[in-house]
Design a protein around this ligand. Structure first.
Ligand SMILES: N[C@@H](CCC(=O)N[C@@H](CS)C(=O)NCC(=O)O)C(=O)O
Length: 218
């Protein structure tokens, strides 16, 4: 069976956005898999992959790292359970993946950085604070004064997706698909780690998020 190495926090909370994207694609395509929880401080568990990040998908003959490469691997290896409907769907999904990882997640990080320690404990907590403070060259609390501006900016940035959801119901069209799942990872992360008011409850994206949750039985 496929094994997904999945980031795990306090009380086994699974909160990594790219791990969620892979899990929800597997659930959607009804592909059996199990997860192996990996804490920040458990790099020994993923040493076999010669790199330090999850998700990693272990399959019968090897493994694949990186959520985008994993999604492509699933698409290529399950002919009857394709992830991408066609080449346009693949290109748009690639855009959503790159937009998410390069622009959306960094803004969301600034909004929730000071709350992520609440879902960690022990060595994981120390590791997270040390590595992230090195990366942002300052304390994990440094973005707190900008939270409401960053929320405003985020809501504005995602307005094209809001329009697509208003028109179609889902980013993929009338039914949910991989495009929805890639975008979903952003919100699953925020709502797992933070109590911030990211979306208005009347925002169509908020309603979409709840529908994806329901459909996938999360
Ligand atoms: N581009 C990668 C990003 C992977 C990534 O950054 N994973 C984070 C969790 S969200 C991680 O494993 N962090 C471990 C660490 O910081 O030590 C993907 O899409 O899979």
């Amino acid at each position: 069976m496929l094994k997904l190495y999945d980031l795990s926090g306090k009380n086994d909370l699974r909160f990594s956005p790219p791990c969620w994207v892979v899990k929800i694609c597997l659930i959607h395509r009804q592909i059996d898999f199990e997860t192996e929880p990996v804490k920040f401080s458990e790099k020994d568990k993923i040493q076999f992959s010669n790199q330090k990040l999850v998700p990693i998908l272990k399959h019968q003959t090897g493994f694949v790292c990186d959520s985008w490469d994993i999604i492509n691997w699933i698409d290529q290896n399950y002919n009857n359970k394709k992830i991408f409907l066609n080449i346009s769907s693949k290109n748009f999904s690639n855009f959503l993946y790159l937009w998410t990882s390069r622009q959306l997640l960094p803004i969301l990080f600034k909004i929730i950085a000071h709350e992520i320690p609440n879902v960690l404990e022990g060595h994981d907590l120390d590791y997270f604070i040390r590595t992230r403070e090195e990366r942002i060259k300052g304390p994990i609390t440094k973005f707190i004064p900008e939270i409401s501006d960053n929320i405003k900016e985020f809501r504005k940035l995602i307005s094209p997706i809001r329009k697509i959801i208003e028109i179609n119901g889902y980013i993929s069209g009338k039914e949910p698909g991989v495009e929805d799942y890639i975008f979903f990872g952003n919100f699953k992360w925020v709502y797992s780690c933070s109590s911030c008011y990211l979306l208005d409850e009347c925002d169509p994206i908020y309603n979409w998020y709840r529908r994806i949750h329901k459909i996938t039985n999360l």
